[in-house]
Design a protein around this ligand. Sequence first.
Ligand code: PDD
Length: 284
Amino acid sequence: MSRTVYVNGAYVPEEEATVSVFDRGFLFADGVYEVTSVLDGKLIAFDGHADRLARSLSELDMDAPVTKEELLEIHRELVKRNDLVEGMIYLQVTRGAADRDFAYPTDATPTLVLFTQSKGLVDNPLADVGMKIISIEDQRWVRRDIKTVQLLYPSMGKMMAKAAGAHDAWMVEDGFVTEGTSNNAYIVTKSGTIVTRQLSHEILHGITRAAVLKMAAEAQMTIEERPFTIEEAQNAAEAFVTSASTFVMPVVEIDGEDIGTGKVGPIASRLREIYLDESRKEAI
Ligand code: PDD
């Protein structure tokens, strides 16, 4: 069935949705994006995603094409027009179309595209068995806090994981895990402390990460924000990842080594439950 997508102010059938071949998103990956999940037809953590989008745009001296209120309206209209009950809304802003030049154009109008993806997110069978992870070198650029559409290396990482019979890859820089190809990475030590890398330019400031850490603290769990190694992860009691599309997803194996019992751990399960409960309550 054809979706209705949003392109620069218009709601159109996906077959008719187009952007210019001169668009800088296409030519230079000069664009930023957000992925917001939808549960029961409602948006999860919309505010966080809209605020991070504003920050990404500002870091790249790019104009916001619409206000936050208009953005909310577009998200809701797409949910309605596509009868979206569960899935994601993908949003992309680029600097717009201009004759090819490395220097930013002064007069381009930003391109704004949004589309829906219908997908069962809560009943993900991986949540019961956990993910297998491989480690790879982090070869991305160094401003990973800006959510740009330059996703070629994460795509390559995902393919390396697939080729190795795993679900995903954690990237390692100077001996320490930065994050997953499209998620933030965590371990739980044998004494029950949740460890995840601190915020910096080296990782994306996950909206799910912020929510999960807040909920973990409220549930009296201990949290340490610091880098960890693959070896420490392999010797941990549990591991998991977070993202808008996977929520809290347990990890049971890294580079062929079982983590803890090799089964989904109690802290990851509990956090997934809490996150889903709370997010549903706060969904708009
Ligand atoms: N990815 N780190 C990276 C590199 C990511 O690409 C993502 C999200 C995250 C988690 O951020 P959040 O909790 O705000 O989703 C961390 C999205 C889901 C994607 O590219 O599809």
